[in-house]
Design a protein around this ligand. Structure first.
Ligand SMILES: [Zn+2]
Length: 248
């Protein structure tokens, strides 16, 4: 397999990357090769092989990966010295840690994966429409502050997600979110109401004091290198991973 891997720079000693789908030339718009998430129908051997491939590529074994059982809420999980290596965190949409040697993993297919890093702590966030509305990013930044990580010294990268160009929603749904986060208001390429969640996330981070926010600007619905729930509801999920290596 060759799962696409996009690396981002969040600062010294930090690894930040996003995976993608492996394209099947015969049917480039569908398929789930490169799926990194549990889902149905579930083929454990494929999933294990895909995770191993990414683990080898980034040099972080899968037993150091902390995934989330994501529920589109604002709860933040904390990985600390008491957390079992590789444990999945239940019913959270963000994870923070101060610990080196722990990979924080967010699973997505259109929702916005956000990776944050600073000298003291790191975070991985799943920000969909509900997460943007309920403030999962603000909660995450609060937890990072409480771990001793100043928000102003954080770098953030907003990964591949469905863009305002394609995320069509009913007008009332657009207005509801845009009333809270004006940057979410958008129009599709074909002229109908839409939401720009990456822009909304960027605005929320900036408003909270994160000065370095990088937008990858890759639309999962249009770019077949990525899974998109809207394009192929039966497809898989890519992941975003943030990790601080242990000092050697
Ligand atoms: Zn698009």
């Amino acid at each position: 397999m060759t799962i696409p891997l996009l690396r981002s720079d969040l600062g010294e000693g930090l690894l930040a990357c996003f995976t993608g789908r492996e394209l099947d030339r015969a049917a480039p718009e569908v398929g789930d090769a490169g799926n990194l998430a549990h889902r149905r129908p579930h083929r454990p051997a494929d999933l294990a092989a895909a995770r191993r491939e990414v683990a080898d590529a980034i040099g972080v074994p899968t037993d150091a990966w902390h995934l989330m059982h994501q529920v589109h809420g604002p709860q933040v999980g904390i990985v600390d010295e008491a957390t079992t290596a590789g444990a999945e965190l239940r019913e959270v949409d963000a994870i923070v840690t101060r610990q080196a040697g722990r990979a924080l993993v967010v699973q997505v297919a259109d929702c916005v994966p956000v990776l944050l890093g600073g000298d003291r702590a790191i975070a991985a966030v799943h920000a969909g429409r509900a997460g943007v509305a309920t403030g999962v990013l603000a909660r995450t930044l609060e937890e990072l502050e409480s771990l001793g990580q100043p928000v102003a010294a954080l770098s953030a990268v907003v990964g591949p997600a469905i863009g305002g160009c394609c995320y069509e929603v009913p007008e009332r749904m657009r207005d509801e979110l845009a009333d809270r986060v004006p940057e979410a208001r958008a129009t599709t390429r074909w002229g109908t109401p839409s939401l720009d969640l990456p822009a909304a996330v960027g605005a929320q981070l900036a408003a909270a004091g994160v000065t370095e926010v990088r937008q990858l600007g890759l639309c999962t619905f249009e770019d077949e290198r990525f899974f998109s729930h809207r394009r192929d509801a039966a497809g898989g999920r890519q992941v975003g991973i943030v990790y601080r290596g242990r000092a050697s």
